[in-house]
Design a protein around this ligand. Structure first.
Ligand SMILES: Cc1cc2nc3c(=O)[nH]c(=O)nc-3n(C[C@H](O)[C@H](O)[C@H](O)COP(=O)(O)O)c2cc1C
Length: 214
């Protein structure tokens, strides 16, 4: 377990943990994760978030069928035809693809899912609405990591948004923004891989190098 108080170490090692054990997660920990989510900010502190915790196997299986279909039709072809992202390599990217496939096949076996939803009323989900729910999602990922639990931010179900939201029984105006499958990890936590800061950070004007970046 990491030092729960070392935020920077937790951030550095909060990566997508796609291989999970089916062992149950104590409800006390689930509640800690949910509380961490609700500690996040939302626009005007409106807290239009809603969190649907899924434990029911048959619900997870129905959603997994769509998640798998989106992998076969959209995600896998994209992996095969795209270059590795910054900070990665062809070998690492291939391993990422196989981890993504593993999670696809075992999605429904994660003991707990947290579905991050939001009450959007009449509005269409947008950057603004996302800005009020993804801070909570990131807080939950960090909390899971701090508790020694693996999780992944997934949004692929949105390829079949209407079908999946019907399975979840979401009422009119409530939208799902992410599904977090959570469980004890099979493998080890490790550092995230990212590109060089100099390729992403500018000073004052676009493309003007920020000096002294490490
Ligand atoms: C908006 C968003 C959507 C994502 N959707 C999925 C997904 O549906 N399935 C999946 O396996 N990973 C998904 N991920 C996880 C990313 O692929 C992963 O975080 C990224 O490759 C970086 O890897 P790392 O977290 O291990 O550092 C998503 C991440 C984000 C931010």
């Amino acid at each position: 377990m990491p030092d729960e108080n070392d935020l920077f170490e937790i951030q550095r090692t909060t990566r997508a943990m796609r291989r999970l054990k089916p062992d149950p997660v104590p409800d006390e920990l689930v509640q800690k994760i949910l509380r961490a989510g609700m500690n996040a900010a939302s626009g005007g502190n409106s807290q239009r978030w809603r969190f649907l915790v899924i434990k029911d196997q048959s619900i997870k299986e129905k959603v997994q069928a769509y998640y798998k279909r989106a992998f076969d039709e959209v995600v896998s072809p994209r992996y095969l035809s795209s270059d590795p992202p910054p900070g990665s390599s062809p070998g690492r990217y291939r391993r990422q693809h196989s981890a993504v496939e593993y999670l696809t096949d075992h999605y429904h076996e994660a003991p707990i899912w947290i579905v991050a939803c939001q009450d959007d009323g009449q509005s269409t989900p947008s950057r603004s609405s996302g800005a009020s729910i993804y801070p909570a999602v990131q807080n939950m990922l960090l909390a899971a990591r701090a508790l020694g639990l693996g999780a992944t931010l997934t949004t692929r179900h949105l390829n079949f948004e209407a079908e999946v939201e019907a399975i979840f029984g979401l009422p009119q105006g409530i939208h799902s923004y992410a599904i977090l499958p959570i469980g004890y990890p099979l493998g080890n936590f490790g550092p995230v891989r990212r590109g060089d800061m100099a390729d992403f950070v500018y000073l004052d004007t676009w493309n003007n190098q920020y000096p002294g970046l490490e």
